[in-house]
Design a binder for this molecule. Sequence first.
Ligand code: FE2
Length: 333
Amino acid sequence: MRILRLSPPNPTTLLLRLPPRLTLTTAASILSMSPTTEPQNQPPTFPTVTITYDQLKDRKVDLSQKIEDGFGPNGLGILSISDVPGYSLLRKGLLRLAPRLAHLPDHVKNKLEDPDTRYNFGWSHGKEKLESGKPDTMKGSFYANPIIDIPTTNSSLIERYPSYCGKNIWPHEELPELEAAFKSLGKLILDVGMLLAFHCDRYVLKQKKVCQDEGLEMILLHSRCHKGRLLYYFPTQNSSDDHGLSMSSWCGWHTDHGSLTGLTCALFTRDTLETPCPDSSAGLYIRTRTGEIVKVVYGEDEIAYQIGETTEILSRGQLCATPHCVRVLTLPF
Ligand SMILES: [Fe+2]
């Protein structure tokens, strides 16, 4: 049993989940990258395959090998984009608002909740369940469509797909800067994702397995239901509870069900001051095609992208989704 003596850093992050559809299991394959050495029986750590923004935006550059290394049958289902103009400022601009949002008075946060969408728009806290079946009170989420405030007025669509066809709820009076910060970063992650999608489609087409109109780029272009999730992890007071002992303590093992997920690196704060992540074992873990669990890292100024199950299906398995989870801080502090 170890008690944290100081308030631990608590991270915030944004993920942008692009349109969902179906589910599928993945095929086994072999991991080919070299890990860094980790002491104390920690899983090995792998850096993501990285593509620079300049490479990505050039449609004449053939990035098929990078796409295959990151998203292909032997990859980890994740890669990152570096040197995206304007990204670092937009990331910090939004993530710094997460603690302020999470600590708004309860009566304000209650107004931001939307049970009709199963809490998939606006504020959500304690509504999801952990793998243990207990309510997840460790993190608070704010969900919004960063591109369109009201994606449809079709009542049958809203009734059938409330989690995606709902409308945004912004704290206009209590945190007015949230809307612009959320939309700016969300749009940038989508725009970069579209550039990435072009190269993904070209890689898949090389295998001659998919019709062009089923491509990832067209799906992202035509969707009206992109979803952003701003996550805030509340400070933990005790690392010895059942959350801290589990590999999947912050976010349980799952495979993304959408088309493409864009991820920021988390921002850690202690007593409102930003600090580096103090625990090298905390972060994103992936289960490889061979069943090995590895930790994955990418730079704080890089946008990471993960393939979802929808894309795996539509690409006939050429682009692969990967089970992953997020591990809590476990160090004594
Ligand atoms: Fe995920």
